[in-house]
Design a protein around this ligand. Structure first.
Ligand code: AHN
Ligand code: ZN
Length: 318
C-alpha cells in the first residue's frame, strides 16, 4: 500500500516535473500595443522639429527622460557640448533608461531622438535649410522603444534592458557642403560608445531602430550589421518569422547605413544591428530628409511588426 502510493506519487511528480520544464521554455511574450507606440511618435512630433540647440529639442528630451522614469527605469542623462562639422557647439543629451540595472546579462536597444536640421534631400531646393519633423527618421524608433519601456514595467524580462536614446545623430554633412565625412554623423553614439553611462558597461548585443514606422517598409540585413553582428541579424529575423512578420523582415542582404550602430560596433565593440528600411527607389524611404517626413508617413502595422519582434527577442533572452 505504501509502495503503491509511493509509485503513484513518484509517477505524478515526474509528470509535474516535465510539465514545469516545458512551461519554463514557453515564455509569455506580451502584446506590443502599436497604437500606444503611434501616440509616442506623435507626441514627439508635436514638439516640432527636434533640431539641436532648440527649445523643442530640449522640451522633448525632458519628456523622454520623464517617460522612462515613469515606466520604472533608472534614468541617466549624458550631456556634452560636441562640435558639429561646421564648428557649432551642439548641446547633446543621450538619455538612457536602465531596466533591472543590477543584472549582468543585458541587451541594449537604441534609437536617435534628434531630428535633422535641414531637409537637404527635399525635391524643392528652397526647403534645403528647413528643419524636418522626423516622424519616421527619429521619432518612430523612439516611439517603439517607449512602448517597450511601458511593457517592461508591466512584465519584466529575465535579463536587464537598456533603452538608449541617442542625440545628435542627424547632424552629418549637408548635401550641399561638398563633404562626406562619416564621422560628422552620429555624434551622440560616438560619445556614448567612448564613455558609456556606467563604467565597464557591456551588453550581449544591441539593436538600433531607425525609420521603423513607414508604410511598406522592408527590412533587409543591413550591410555593416552583417559585418559586425551577423548572428544577431539571424536571431532577430528568425524571431520575426516565428511570429509571422517575415513579410517585413526579409532574409536578404541590403545596403549599408552610416548609422549609430557602426560606432557602437567599432568603438564600444558591442555587436549591434540596425533595423532600417531598404528601398530600390529611395534612400531608406520616400520622404527621407524632406519636409514630408511627418505623421502621414507613419503607419501602425509597421510599428507593430517591429515592436512585437523586439519583444519576442528580449523576452526570450535568458
Ligand atoms: C546615411 O547613410 C548618410 N545616413 C544613415 C544614417 C541616418 C541618417 N539615419 C537617419 N538619418
Ligand atoms: Zn536622418
Amino acid at each position: 500500500m505504501w509502495l503503491t502510493s509511493f509509485v503513484a506519487c513518484g509517477g505524478q511528480s515526474k509528470a509535474d516535473t516535465s510539465d514545469e520544464t516545458a512551461n519554463q521554455d514557453v515564455v509569455n511574450v506580451p502584446q506590443f500595443d502599436a497604437d500606444s507606440a503611434y501616440y509616442f511618435v506623435k507626441t514627439q512630433v508635436d514638439f516640432g522639429p527636434r533640431a539641436m540647440n532648440t527649445a523643442a529639442h530640449d522640451a522633448c528630451g525632458d519628456y523622454l527622460a520623464n517617460k522612462l522614469a515613469q515606466y520604472g527605469a533608472k534614468v541617466y542623462n549624458q550631456r556634452a557640448d560636441i562640435p558639429s562639422y561646421e564648428g557649432k557647439m551642439l548641446k547633446a543629451r543621450n538619455i538612457i533608461g536602465a531596466f533591472n540595472p543590477e543584472a549582468k546579462r543585458r541587451v541594449a536597444l537604441f534609437a536617435h531622438w534628434d531630428s535633422r536640421p535641414w531637409a537637404d534631400n527635399d525635391p524643392d531646393a528652397s526647403k534645403h535649410y528647413t528643419p524636418i519633423l522626423g516622424a519616421n527618421d527619429g521619432a518612430s524608433g523612439v516611439g517603439v522603444l517607449l512602448e517597450v519601456a511601458r511593457q517592461l514595467q508591466q512584465q519584466p524580462t529575465a535579463i536587464g534592458i537598456d533603452i538608449i536614446l541617442l542625440d545628435a545623430e542627424d547632424v552629418g554633412n549637408h548635401r550641399d557642403s561638398g563633404l562626406s565625412d562619416e564621422n560628422s554623423w552620429c555624434l551622440g553614439s560616438q560619445l556614448w560608445a567612448r564613455t558609456p553611462h556606467v563604467s565597464n558597461y557591456n551588453a550581449r548585443f544591441g539593436i538600433l531602430l531607425d525609420m521603423v514606422g513607414g508604410a511598406n517598409a522592408r527590412f533587409l540585413y543591413e550591410y555593416y550589421s552583417e559585418q559586425y553582428a551577423r548572428d544577431i541579424n539571424r536571431k532577430v529575423w528568425k524571431a520575426a518569422k516565428a511570429i509571422g512578420y517575415d513579410n517585413y523582415f526579409v532574409e536578404q542582404g541590403g545596403g549599408g547605413a552610416t548609422d549609430d550602430h557602426l560606432f557602437i560596433n567599432k568603438i564600444a565593440r558591442i555587436p549591434t544591428i540596425d533595423i532600417i528600411p531598404t528601398s530600390q527607389q529611395y534612400s531608406f524611404f520616400e520622404h527621407w530628409h524632406t519636409v514630408k517626413d511627418d505623421m502621414d508617413v507613419i503607419t501602425v502595422p509597421t510599428l507593430k511588426a517591429v515592436g512585437q519582434t523586439i519583444l519576442q527577442v528580449i523576452y526570450n533572452e535568458k
